[in-house]
Write a protein that binds this ligand. Sequence first.
Ligand code: ADP
Ligand code: MG
Length: 610
Amino acid sequence: MMDIIHLLPDSVANQIAAGEVVQRPASCLKELVENSLDAGASRIQILVRDAGRTLLQIIDDGSGMSETDVRMAFERHATSKIREAADLFTLHTMGFRGEALASICAVAHVDVQTRRKEDEVGTRLEIAGSQVMRQEPCQCPVGTNIRVRNLFYNVPARRKFLKTDQTELRNLLTEFYHIALVYPKVQFTFVSNDEILMELPAGSEKQRIEQIFGKNSSKSFTGQLVDIKSDTEMVSIYGFVGKPEMAGKNAQQYFFVNGRFMRHPYFHKAVLTAYAGMLPNDYSPSYFIYFNINPSSIDVNIHPTKTEIKFADEQAIFQILMATIRESLGKFNVGPSIDFDRQGEIEMPIPSQNGTTTMPKVTCDPTYNPFRTSSKTYTPSGWDKLYGPLSSQDTHSASVVRSESPMDSKTDMEQEQMLFEGNVTDVSVWQYASRYLLLPVKGGILFVDQRRAHISVLYQQFLAQIAEHKGAMQQLLFPEELALSIDEMKLMQTMLNDLRAVGFDLEQISKQAFSISGVPALLGGENAVSVLKEILHNVLETGASVGQQWQKSIALALASSAAMPYGRALAEDAQRQLLSDWLALPACKLTPDGKKVAFVMTDDEIARKL
Ligand code: ADP
Ligand code: MG
């Protein structure tokens, strides 16, 4: 009997492989532009016709190729970028598989002209359907000029599979943005059917974002981006997030890792969590976030078209990312600038509780030095904390975050100057709508959300109780049973000590159930089961189990549950007590889960309205 197995001719093998690498003009563009970048180009021109169907041309000023290399470049697995499998883990180039050009030339007419700096003449090579049609010396500038015409001319099924020109052009631009946003130092031009769509000069990342999304979108990013930055041993993160008022339904959202675009639904969630409470429902923030990480702690999926990447420490990075963004938003959240030239006594009209107008006096300390670090930091009248940058202690991952020192930049120092000295017992305070506490501060009126302030205060108390194992317990009349999933059960066992420290009396009664006989005294009896469930749920959800971050989840869930509800009228004593407790916190501007607690309506704003 005849043997029936034989090797496919290269042209067929390449055509099959091309289906993997080149699905549409956009993937072709990506491969070609990445090659130009790998070749060290500083200027790249992209020209397309009919959304890349008829023509896709990339002109670069990179290294160019020698006469032999250009011929080799179109062979399968021909690459100058790795020599052995181990090199895959220390990649510094975009391409490495050596199959892009082989794939492209299997399904299109390719015409390339290329010259190296050291060569007098360049080389011109024409290939169609993997067959070399022509190779000859030519006059051309240093760099590479590659034209890909009639993509899929020999694969009708692929051609039919392409969408309308409009859609394919959008796909091209999407790929283009993914690259252009990480190479702001490279100058790019994008021309479609002789029309210049993008002309991007070299600049910074921020400028590149503004170049790309500045003109064409209805909302420009100029001046609307908040810088984020965090350097830890595990990962370094920098980038920009849109101010909350920029958010919308069509936000621009980009993650990059080590210079490549990636998708990461889990980290996306970290960003959304950082904005919790700042955006209307179904509004999403824009972000451009660049991660740099040791390549050995990520799994770059070497599939050519996949953009999902797995990190070794996703939960810890989630925490770092969330805390970093929250801190930056916190800095930015600083209220409108206050006229701090006026010192000494400030007098301003505010309504008193009986509706008439009084003129309370607020005393400021004109000798106050905002750069003095010691004594004032934790005084109960710590107004200074009101405008201080969000302390990392207030975030969910204090222990892992090491972001830029808040005193690093000038603007932060300027913010520090808006400080104000005062004492809650000296000024009028009053409650509005059983929901807000108001009090006069330097240069305006402070509005405080009473429930959020209370949550912030209780949160610190619960944290302290966990740390000191001093939680007061209240015995339940009837023990309650808490049934748990296997995940929850595991977590429960790790967290048990901390839960007991804060005042829970818990006993395991079966494989998947605990009985609760006592709860933290501050909590009151009713909601033991739901609070515990919520704690477990939050910890599982946010991955707070890293580095015992769950203590913060415990404290937050208890604080939210124990805090006074809205609609509670407070006696004046209680108002003062709450305000001074809240102002004594190391960071009081935002709740531990990032909601704004207070804002100042300035004298200017009031005056403008009258
Ligand atoms: P890979 O990029 O994975 O190495 P490709 O098939 O994309 O594989 O390219 C093969 C080789 O051709 C590259 O390794 C590089 O040496 C060379 N090459 C491709 N494009 C260019 C270019 N624009 N400038 C210089 N050399 C290039
Ligand atoms: Mg390549």
